[in-house]
Design a protein around this ligand. Structure first.
Ligand code: PGA
Length: 252
């Protein structure tokens, strides 16, 4: 069985006082094959302190995006080596809030994923359809084209994670049905197996979009759901840990 990954995305939330959440989560989570892996992707300003707080525990910390370039005159951008040096082991790339708010294309996302891998970070590559695309019956076509574009140049499986996040479910309280999730995750699995062969079956595919302690028991057991990418509910230790416990019960 693939080891599940319970990942939080704090987005633009978190000041030093919130390191207390890191402390509470890291004090609770376990390492070992029967426990899900846990990760909190915090703002870049908190990375070093979060990594320090979580040091020696099973909690990993990660960044929320990175440049495809290593360094240079790119005001405000942050490179993968910078994240790695600050203590990140993962980085989210291609989140829909970056794709829509910052015009990031599939090609850009593929470059970011490659840069992450080069710095020893595991990229979590996000894909997802808008409501209009779903209503037009275009969901699988959109997901396939995002996968093709965002995985361009990534020749081996095993070094990255995919997150399926329907845009209409992010931060809205609307959750995809288990049938919709099963369909898209099954489609992504078949795509990965077709492209990478057997190692494609071991790539973790996370669901994201209004995942919370109440719906996690329904969503996490869906076939090919190997964990979650959690926004709002990752900001409170109790909520994040409740989702972690749900995943842990499924792992054994
Ligand atoms: P949400 O965010 O859980 O608040 O919907 C998920 C995400 O955007 O990663």
């Amino acid at each position: 069985m693939v080891r599940k990954l319970i990942a939080g995305n704090w987005k633009m939330n978190g000041l030093k006082a919130d390191l207390e959440t890191i402390r509470q989560v890291s004090a609770h989570v376990n390492s070992g094959e029967t426990a899900p892996e846990t990760l909190l992707c915090v703002p870049a300003t908190l990375l070093s302190a979060a990594a320090e707080t979580a040091r020696g525990t099973a909690l990993a910390v990660g960044g929320q995006t990175c440049s495809k370039l290593e360094k240079g005159a790119f005001t405000g951008d942050i490179s993968a080596p910078m994240l790695a040096e600050a203590g990140a082991t993962y980085v989210i790339v291609g989140h829909s809030e970056r794709r829509t708010g910052h015009g990031e294309t599939d090609a850009e996302v593929a470059g970011q994923a490659a840069a992450a891998l080069k710095s020893g970070l595991t990229p979590i590559i996000c894909v997802g359809e808008t409501l209009a695309e779903r209503e037009a019956g275009a969901t699988l076509r959109i997901i396939e084209s995002q996968l093709r574009g965002s995985l361009e140049g990534l020749e081996t499986a095993g070094s990255f994670v995919i997150a399926y996040e329907p845009l209409w479910a992010i931060g809205t309280g609307k959750v995809a049905t288990t049938g919709q999730i099963a369909e898209v995750h099954g489609f992504i699995r078949a795509f990965l197996a077709g492209r990478y062969g057997a190692p494609g079956n071991a790539v973790r595919i996370l669901y994201g979009g209004s995942l919370n302690p109440s719906n996690a028991p329904e969503i996490l057991p869906v076939p090919n759901v190997d964990g979650g990418l959690i926004g709002g509910a990752s900001l409170k230790a109790a909520d994040f840990l409740s989702i972690y416990e749900t995943a842990r019960a499924l792992q054994v």
